[in-house]
Design a protein around this ligand. Sequence first.
Ligand code: FAD
Length: 463
Amino acid sequence: MPERTVVIIGGGLAGLAAAVRLIRLGIRPVVLEKRPFLGGRAYSFTDSETGIEIDNGQHVFVGACEQFQEFIAEIGASDRVRMEDRLNIAVLRHGRLSRLRARRLPGILANLSALLGYQHVGIAGKCRILWGLLSIRLTRLKPNSLHDQVTFEDWLRDHWQNDETIRNFWDLIILPSLNDSISVVSAHTGILLFKIALLGSSSNPAIGVPLVGLSALWGDNARKYIELHGGEIRTETDIQSLETDGGRVTGVRGVDGGVISGEAVISAIPAAAMSSLLPGGSNGPDDFFTPAESLQSAPIVAIHIWYDRPVLFEDYIAVLDSPLQWVFNDTALKSRDADGGQHVVISLSGAWDRKDRSKQQLRDIFAAEMEREFPEARQATITRFTIVKMLEATFRVIPGSQRSRLPQRTPLPGFYLAGDWTDTGWPSTMESAVRSGNMAAECVAEDIDSAHANTASARGYLR
Ligand SMILES: Cc1cc2nc3c(=O)[nH]c(=O)nc-3n(C[C@H](O)[C@H](O)[C@H](O)COP(=O)(O)OP(=O)(O)OC[C@H]3O[C@@H](n4cnc5c(N)ncnc54)[C@H](O)[C@@H]3O)c2cc1C
């Protein structure tokens, strides 16, 4: 068992990924999570009425999420997710179904070919989109550039896009990916997203979905992996401050007063929670931590409807010009025996206008909307209805937000940052969380190794 121990605060994906990477680097992680379960903002729980495990929100990834997929493979859970081999999205608009489906062509042509058969944009619109994509391809993004000062919608309109292309193509991808409207997200993040997703390889935009509940998927498997490799996980351990010695972070103190020490500490918790742990608040060395305080968050509302018969014949579908946004067939995705019925999940991103609505109000709106868009729902009976509101689901990537994303190495010796909100280059996603954990673990290992080498050399061992 490795003798060096590093403390990780937070058992979300970032903390778990950091732990797995530390183990690979020969360092023993101790993960401290305040809640009784792992997974952070990506977890599942048992629905009291149906007794089935439901997710706190539909989680989807794409082929470009390479480090997330490596993490899933490392913890032995690859068979619990399913990937398409290329872009293939069913899109419904005013009762008409069309697909953004890539053909089997070489390189980038595969992704661009998805536009050919897509009927919700006319020929002129497709030319506009190609021009927009070319402009994105030619744009060089730099840190703190003008692209982080304007919205993606303004940028698109400056690049020959109109209402039709913005509504039926660009925002179809932006809203679920960035959890905010195209009219508020920064051009920087929008451009980056399309560079990665559509202007990369044909597997980049292919959608992947979990086939089991999220807590079983990474909570259970990551715990097994970490404990099997000598690491430790302590749940219901709420950390309230950092312990320091001579300016160096040497451990953490829990709300119960207990101290847990390590050679370094990785914070893998949201920005605001991290700030509250700092000695003297966020006005630490050189105001390094202060920008993180301006990060804002955006809500996601998931609406779960159980019907007595199938109403949806796709695994998932996007619905344009409708409050439905995206609808997932949970019964099919999780291969559940629903006794002839079907469980669908309506995932509402950027759900500002829904977050304060009551369960009954949401039921009235969304049951009617399902009937309007899916004829089978008109004959079906709803056997159960529930909602999950996540008010701080993701951080917002509005103009100016880039500077709030801090790097993994901090000026406080022994203290490192992870979490989807840190500077990973990715928006608020599972990929960003895993990348941040990997990067923090690499920094820790590098610094511990060089500190040990310096000590050894000071003692004259290395000559
Ligand atoms: C409804 C919903 C849908 C989403 N859909 C998608 C999607 O489709 N695709 C995608 O890629 N991403 C999606 N996301 C975003 C994704 O879930 C997050 O980006 C990711 O889970 C963030 O992981 P994290 O580890 O950085 O942070 P968190 O998940 O927030 O983990 C932080 C952990 O730290 C713990 N903690 C906090 N303070 C303390 C403390 N003082 N002491 C100890 N522990 C503490 C918390 O309890 C938590 O477990 C979605 C999020 C939500 C909410």
